[in-house]
Design a protein around this ligand. Sequence first.
Ligand code: SF4
Length: 435
Amino acid sequence: MTTVALPSTDLVSISVETAVSDPRIEQIVHKVKAGQRLSVADGELLYETPDIWTVCSLADLVRRRMHKNIAYYNINRHINYSNVCALSCSFCSFYRKKDQDGAYELSIDKIRNEAISAAKAGATELHIVGGLHPYLPFEYYTQMMQVIREEAPKLHIKAFTAVEIVHLARISKRGKQKYQGIKAVLRDLKDAGLGSLPGGGAEVFDDRVHDEAFKGKIRAGTWLDVHRAAHELGLNTNATMLYGHIEQRADRIRHMDILRKEQDRALNNWARTQNIIMQEDDAVVLTGPDEMYPSNRLPDPSDFDSGYFQTIIPLPFIPDDSAIEHLPGPTGLENLRTLAISRLMLDNLPHCKAFWIMHTIELAQVMLQCGADDIDGTVVWYDITKVKSTSTHQEANVWDLQRAIRQAGFTPVERDTLYRPIERDGDTWQVVENK
Ligand code: SF4
């Protein structure tokens, strides 16, 4: 019988030992303890094993190696500028057609006022996404960035999923799904104020699932192109995986493997400068024991020229009001297991987020003990999915987030979008440098 001993952290001493009840995963335990990359077959086994608590303990081990006893939250606001969309993805309950009841698009003035109000309330980030609006011109999007920059220069703008960027490349006639067109659009948006890209629109990287559930949307290769172009322009991005609908568990593991390879590519040069021990195929593992990292374990965005994936955000499919609402959606334990496996497989992404809006704060809190180091932020308005609510007003106050983190046994740290700690006095804040 093998045991998993969790290491001590700065502020708390942990000596949890978990018995491994499934001998098939003992070699995975060994690999994680030694800081070796898990294979696709290992990932599939982590889904098969009934020993879910060893899976969660291993994810907790690597999460504590990287982030000790810290768990992050931020003070942010989401803006969904329009729900009008040219596509009709079957898992989506958000989109409307142009003249359908409930269709909307926000004016630039409305967005300006939202930015002013977010800045006054002390938010550090605006998270902006919407549908693929068939009629709004490209200037609407650059103007949106510019007015936010003018009115609220400190607010970080994290905006537009990869599928929206490709849509903007089309409407601005910069080339149809061509790399240079995508890059030109990203450059224009960056010049206008864009700070980073969210991770949405990835769904599951599999052609069968794509054709059945979101035909018309970009495929994996194009999604990766957008993120690669953003990284080349020095923009950090996030990555998601929407699971629990018509895909198989093996599809999820392949999705993680594809993301991991792309991140190796983004981090390779940096890792060499840090003398990080590279593994076969130049794999960059950030989740190993301390001795593998003579210098920095994690990239510091402040002195990193190009961008990389910051965070993996596993998103459960929520069936209500979608075209495939007859499907049950994933259970709580499946959500927990998927988050833990994401943490273990994506050994080169610095962060793993339990997005409370889609899991509830209660489950996000449990996820903090199973691999997550971030529960996202105060949100305020969110129209894409609604759990336990029919309203777009979905707000957590800072006290709720801090309490959830503390009760999970971690120290809450407010972060900015790039995971730099924030020092705050009421609604006034600043980034803490070199921490
Ligand atoms: S998921 Fe995005 S692209 Fe698909 S229908 Fe919904 S808003 Fe449109």
